[in-house]
Design a protein. Structure first.
Length: 569
């Protein structure tokens, strides 16, 4: 018998009942394998019972036992194929190696002057904000807009500008003046240890102080072809959000609920035993009362403060929702806590929470926003891939009643399908080493990430990770701070003071904590670009056109009343 049915295994794929005829040349069998797998004969390596099959003869393949002469090939024997297709062999790696020489214009190295890594890391992270970088490089202390800024603050801004200019030239700045002026403007960062050397400081506090100072010194950006900007500074325009809070007294006889509006420049992720992901930490105070209630979702906390109606301190619940999202959203991973021990009344211990808290490269804060803002974001969100799922469409049309019409649903699904087909076409062309024909390339346009009447805001709720500030150590006043920043084309750099190295996205995601390795201390998320076909028209919803706003206000005003009292109103 010279004809057998064998199985050919190639990687994870198995081809049963392949005919192997020993009366014919081995090239006939190799041709069958080529027809099945696409692996050319010159690239094939076939193994049968540990022996390599040759292309010109069956000799040496141990098809027969040398002593008995009985054939060793059983029906269904396994033949292992090793080799790859030509297009697979020529395919470019998914992530090309990155060389620092190619990123010379993105240098962010700054020399460490002794426990100044906290300041270096903050400056390196803030440099990734293009609008902030551009405005600082144009800062002029003689400008009328900054004439009322304290001279020391203006001088500090000039030193930061010079630091940015040196980094843009590929040089390593020696920030002696910047550090001295920073300690002059903020004396608490000039604290010295027992040996007379400057102590390590908290990078989160440094971040807050620098942004507060920049908010006073930098004016707003007024883009062309847009409505006038009514923000007083660039930081307020691009990095500050707004939050509406309702205060309710939990004790009997307290005053009626009051509403306040406040600004924020960062969100806090409070780490507890139940928090394993950034999104969970941001929603750790989230409550669900009613899907149709105005404050059914949001941030809730209990605070003790003075009650004028009761004439004493009382317990209040504070429920907050975001009414404006900034283009750049900072998140503080609250890892460091101050512990007081009963046997050390005069001494506090600064402890660090090392728990592993995962974060993603893309962040969605839709659930933290007010229904009014959610309605305005709906037309933009449906054009993002993540927002094109049925889950979000159900939330839009049922729970939040944002007026997401059938037009949006149909347009969303068609656009999603087109994008999938385009990506598949581009992937096939890349494998074959060809480019997509110009006639088949869709004409695309980029949608601004902000509302037309609010330059510097976020109109979708989607963000992409732009910078990570990490800490390595056991307390915030010790250890070492490092900046990990994202530049064009998605490349990431690890900026360890003046030592800059290229890293991958996988290394960035490993900064979630869980040990003595670098763990995320501050996260900076930037706008996620949206590209759509030219014929797509986004139906914008202005604040005046938001439906149901009066009903929402009535819900807020009658929140503290009973059902019978609400019926009377």
């Amino acid at each position: 018998m010279s004809c057998y049915k064998v199985k050919v295994k190639w990687g994870k794929e198995t081809y049963p009942d392949v005919e192997l005829d020993t009366s014919e040349s081995p090239e006939v069998f190799q041709a069958q394998v080529y027809a099945l797998t696409g692996v050319q004969i010159s690239r094939q390596k076939l193994l049968l019972k540990g022996t390599t099959l040759k292309s010109d003869t069956w000799e040496g393949a141990k098809l027969k036992d040398a002593i008995s002469g009985i054939c060793c090939v059983d029906q269904g024997a396994l033949v292992v194929l090793m080799g790859s297709r030509d297009e697979d062999a020529l395919q470019e790696p998914q992530q090309k190696p990155v060389f620092l020489e190619d990123l010379s214009e993105d240098q962010t190295n700054v020399a460490n002057l002794g426990n100044t890594c906290y300041l270096n890391a903050v400056v390196q992270c803030l440099k990734t904000v293009p609008e902030l970088h551009k405005t600082i490089c144009k800062f002029d202390p003689q400008n009328d807009a900054t004439s009322r800024v304290p001279s020391t603050n203006a001088m500090l801004m000039v030193s930061i500008r010079r630091c940015f200019e040196e980094m843009d030239k590929g040089e390593t700045p020696m920030p002696v003046i910047m550090v001295q002026l920073f300690r002059t403007c903020f004396p608490r960062f000039a604290e010295k240890g027992a040996q007379g050397s400057y102590m390590q400081q908290d990078a989160s506090e440094c971040w807050t102080e620098l942004l507060r100072m920049m908010q006073e010194c930098l004016g707003p950006i007024q883009p062309e072809l847009s409505k006038p900007c009514f923000r007083s500074s660039l930081v307020e325009q691009y990095m500050n959000g707004e939050m509406e809070s309702v205060w309710t007294c939990t004790e009997e006889g307290g005053e009626a609920p009051t509403t306040t509006v406040s600004t924020f420049n960062q969100l806090s992720c409070h780490i507890s035993t139940d928090v394993n992901h950034l999104h969970t930490g941001l929603l750790s105070r989230l409550t669900f009362e009613s899907a149709f209630h105005y404050y059914g979702y949001g941030l809730q906390e209990t605070i003790s403060k003075h009650s004028p109606a009761l004439g004493k301190d009382a317990s209040f619940t504070k429920k907050s929702l975001i009414t404006r999202l900034p283009a750049y959203l900072a998140v503080d991973m609250v890892r460091c806590v101050v512990l007081w021990f009963y046997y050390k009344e005069k001494e506090a211990v600064n402890a660090k929470i090392l728990k592993d808290v995962k974060f993603s490269l893309v962040l969605d804060v839709f659930e933290l926003c007010s229904p009014k803002l959610q309605r305005r974001m709906a037309p933009y969100r449906v054009h993002y891939k993540v927002g094109c799922s049925v889950h979000y469409m159900v939330d839009y049309s049922v729970h939040y009643n944002v007026g997401c019409s059938v037009h949006y649903k149909v347009g969303c699904s068609v656009h999603y399908k087109d994008m999938e087909e385009r990506e598949k076409l581009e992937a096939r062309m890349r494998k074959s080493g060809k480019s997509v024909p110009e006639s088949e390339q869709p004409k695309l346009k980029t949608i601004p990430y902000y509302f037309e009447d609010d330059v510097g805001s976020c109109n979708s709720g989607f963000y992409q990770l732009q910078a990570v500030l990490t800490h390595q150590g056991r307390t915030s006043s010790s250890g070492h701070y490092v900046a990990w920043v994202r530049f064009k084309d998605g490349h990431w750099l690890k900026c360890d003071d003046d030592d800059v190295t290229a890293v991958t996205e996988e290394e960035i995601l490993r900064l979630s904590g869980g040990g003595d390795w670098h763990c995320a201390y501050m996260l900076l998320y930037g706008p996620r670009p949206l590209t759509v076909p030219e014929d797509v028209v986004i139906e914008k919803v202005s604040e005046e056109e938001v439906p149901g706003h009066s009903d929402e206000k009535k819900d807020i005003e009658t929140d503290h009343l009973s059902k019978d009292e609400k019926m009377e109103t």
